[in-house]
Write a protein that binds this ligand. Structure first.
Ligand code: FCB
Length: 419
């Protein structure tokens, strides 16, 4: 980037987008989450986006975005290990086609938390998971056309934390050594999927979407709190970044010896997807798991979201600067707020986009921003109460309604774009 381009802030080809995931909009009876969360029995098709997709894609056009990140629901595509549902594949192709007709760049997430029931029985710590995931990926990459941007995994660390350490997500395991095995297999899958995608689409742009957070010690004066936040920051944010530049995953859990695991992902990344939502304050507490206790504090005065998360736009700058050390373009693949208060949503967007503009002016190569999310939807641990949408949804009638935050996002896109 030349200094002149840099001073302009947002480049003309900046991706202004919206991010969603299939299961959170459309559910799926064959997915592990459908039986994991019994509250879904009452509303298995959530917003019924699977039928109402045309109406929802029109909202993207109304917003004026030029990119849309969405995911494929594996359990719809491969309901049994030896059964492919070609109608489901055609459905996702139709979504891609509609986007392309409207000059909206598709970004496809292959794996966004959910699995077919047949897969989760053995899950990721089983080495056979690699072959299973790659079979699905190869099928998708060879059948779907018109997609250049691919995300192999959404938030692999959240999947491991929830599924293998805290046990609050399928497969509901709490075991550090299985967690490490599962993480390794997922990263092996990423590395191989990267090659598969590039063998079909030479100019593909492939990444993961990595959840990064800002971490601070609960008490700045306390060396134990400082140590705990450093360990958390290294594990949660940075160990994956380092693994992409070195091919070695260095993991350290509190009070345990560090492990070094070789993972075949060195440089297997064309851009880096960052999902950023919040900051956490951590302290050492011997009565908590791994000695870590976390809380959200409203220190900056921006308040907490309906998820109880601190609104902390400056944290985005911190994580982007760290991710920039990978020396690949960055895309904010998710950022958003759960609130019913439009003014709070508007302020959240403005503050985070201001941070991105500031980073661009400092020369950080940021190529896109995806607001989470288009319409209110199912949130993994909160159900239907977390209102992230720019369009609200009445879950009885399924009516979508525009909010002031939607109008504001359109305005932001127009006013910050350089055409
Ligand atoms: C992210 C997830 C996404 C959504 C948002 C609120 O961590 O990737 O599916 O639930 O949080």
């Amino acid at each position: 980037m030349t200094p002149r381009e840099r001073a302009k802030g947002f480049p003309s080809d900046f991706l202004w987008g919206i991010a969603t995931s299939a299961f959170q909009l459309e559910g799926s009876l064959n997915a592990d989450w459908a039986s994991w969360d019994k509250t879904l029995n009452e509303k298995p098709d959530v917003t019924n986006h699977y039928d109402l997709y045309k109406e929802d894609l029109r909202l993207l056009k109304d917003l004026g975005v030029n990119s849309y990140r969405f995911s494929l629901e594996w359990s719809r595509i491969q309901p049994e290990e030896d059964v492919w549902d070609y109608d489901a594949i055609a459905h996702y192709q139709e979504i891609i086609d509609i986007l392309l007709e409207n000059n909206i760049e598709p970004m496809v997430t292959i794996h966004h938390f959910t699995h077919p029931l047949w897969f989760i029985k053995k899950a990721w710590h089983d080495d056979a998971s690699i072959e299973k995931f790659l079979t699905y990926t190869k099928k998708m990459v060879s059948m779907l056309t018109g997609v250049r941007y691919w995300i192999t995994f959404n938030e692999p660390y959240v999947l491991i934390l929830g599924g293998y350490l805290e046990g609050c997500m399928p497969p509901g395991i709490r075991d550090v050594s299985l967690a490490v095995k599962a993480l390794k297999n997922i990263l092996v899958c990423h590395g191989q999927a990267y090659d598969v995608i590039h063998s079909h689409i030479p100019d593909a742009m492939v990444s993961v979407a990595h959840n990064m957070a800002a971490f601070n010690p609960w008490h700045r004066w306390n060396p134990a709190d400082k140590l705990i936040s450093r360990i958390a920051r290294h594990f949660y944010n940075n160990s994956l970044l380092d693994a992409f530049s070195t091919g070695t995953l260095r993991l350290q859990f509190p009070f345990k010896k560090a492990m070094e695991i070789s993972v075949p992902i060195k440089d297997k990344i064309d851009f880096f997807g960052v999902n950023y939502y919040t900051r956490m304050h951590l302290r050492f507490n011997p009565f908590k798991k791994m000695g870590i206790e976390l809380r959200h504090r409203d220190i900056g005065g921006y308040g907490l979201t309906d998820m109880g998360w601190e609104i902390h736009p400056q944290g985005l700058e911190r994580v982007l600067k760290r991710a920039a050390r990978l020396n690949v373009p960055l895309i904010i693949t998710e950022n958003g707020i759960a609130t019913r208060d439009d003014q709070k949503k508007i302020r959240f967007m403005k503050k985070h986009i201001d941070v991105i503009e500031r980073c661009l002016k400092q020369g950080i190569d940021i190529r896109g921003y995806f607001y989470w999310s288009l319409i209110d939807n199912y949130e993994w641990l909160q159900g239907l109460d977390a209102c992230f949408g720019l369009y609200s949804v009445n879950f009885d009638t399924l009516e979508r309604k525009s909010t002031n935050a939607a109008a504001y996002y359109s305005y932001l896109i127009k006013s910050r774009s350089s055409f």
